[in-house]
Design a protein around this ligand. Sequence first.
Ligand code: XMP
Length: 324
Amino acid sequence: MSGNVRPESMARITTKELAEKFIEEQVEAIREQVKDKKVLLALSGGVDSSVVAALLIKAIGKQLTCVHVNHGLLRKGEPEQVIEVFRNQMDANLVYVDATDRFLDQLAGVSEPESKRKIIGKIFIDVFVEEARKLDGIEFLAQGTIYPDILESKGVKAHHNVGGLPEDLQFELVEPVKLLYKDEVRVVGETLGLPHNMVYRQPFPGPCLGVRCTGAITRDRLNSLREADAIVREEIGKLKRLPWQFFAVIPDIQSTGIKDGKRYMGWPVVIRAIDTVDAVTAKSVLLPMETLLKIRDRIIAEVPGVNRVLWDYTDKPVSTIEWE
Ligand code: XMP
């Protein structure tokens, strides 16, 4: 797509038919831009990069190489789904890098939230650059930039984009959904055949579970967080109307539990569900008691090391959405 301004005449993509037309146009535009050259894409498995991957696979097939960096901070099932959908179902060139140890080793003992974010961002770029250097003849970099990113370039999504690549890796950009709003990207994604749960994934902070395992991340607490988060998402996901964001946090504190008459130290899990329009302010969603009880019972029964379940029902302000 050329130009960074959405023309007023551009119809909002709300139906499968309109999405099909958009896909057809973009496939042609991508082929024209890329010709027989190779394209690289950092594929997080989030909505935007997944839709861009599916579009490019349709347009240029194996001329696209997707790199998926698993930093060990993704939600339960996410790296597996990226491999299943893109490598197994779409037959894409997918480089899967399990860099979990590298991330968690460098994060060990680091408790300051901004330092954690910086370390995660830096290692991500390092790993991506290492993989990019192994590939020959790349001339284009695809990105899942969407229109709100352009409108407010300092927005939430700025964290996700692969900025800061070294000079020898400055490629021409391919940004096929850069004039679309999120709801339109979703319609295009479903029309391209991506799974519903991938296309309607709730927004996730760039540093992923890293900022929900507060303080210095430990592997055991992170693993318990991943399990607890999956339960929270599954149970709240059954509600008729879904909150904008809903997740679990395990703060870096211990709580006393009792088992077989003996006291022991474990962790509390915090449930958080919020509604917002722009993430600048947010309202806590008042969850049904039935859902809260189900989550409590499942977490206590299924998640190792957890002996207490709390519900954070504060609004933003004064609380932020994430815990750090
Ligand atoms: P807060 O916690 O500031 O979050 O109320 C507002 C929104 O931003 C997301 N968030 C992040 N997204 N990188 C991101 O890409 C980050 O470091 C980050 N921290 C918070 C958060 O999930 C919420 O939707």
